[in-house]
Design a protein around this ligand. Sequence first.
Ligand code: CA
Length: 237
Amino acid sequence: MRPEGDAEDTMKAKILIVEDEPAITDNIQYALETEGFETVCLASGSPVLPFMARSQADLIILDIGLPDVSGLELCKEIRKKFSTPIIFLTARIEEVDRIVGLEVGGDDYVTKPFSPRELAARVKAVLRRTRPSGGSSCAPNGVFHVNESKRQITYQGKILDLSRYEYEILRTFIRRPGHVYSREQLMDLVWEEPEASLDRTVDAHIKNIRSKLRAIEPDRDPIVTHRGAGYSLREDL
Ligand code: CA
């Protein structure tokens, strides 16, 4: 029998749950499977990268307090290779700033104790935001469209001719409009070997991206410079 209703709409996304407390894992798994998601559970951090290399996931739910590694450190490692959205589970409200901002690169978080239904709703919202259909993603305003498989970004319906680093930087911005990224974060996010690329400054790449955007729409600058802090993509495009 085919499931009815909105279970079909979740496209059977595969969710990787990384959590060491079996009771919490069971609750999450039940809530997500009820919503039509496929789930895979890991009880520690070390198998996560091998799993991702082998089989990928559409979204990761990542506990911060894992027995073998901090979820925050693991997220940084995941981010070096994968852009998979990550929702953190945390018992400590004071960790929240680090999680969604700054150096870690998480997409959302819930604090324990949480309702599994609320978490399922967050999962849907993050998936909608990061990959609404066909493996591509777009900013909420629809001005930008990212095609991950072709590594192409479209602006106002026109394909941008971007270098590899320009693509990585702009894609990072589009994933989180309004979020301010420092130069160091952009280096870490997009460069595989930051030390090897120090001469190729982030500023130079931003300048190139801006001029390519301006060539399409001269009167609009979607990238905001935050003096002393970094860069972000405008939220109100
Ligand atoms: Ca834990």
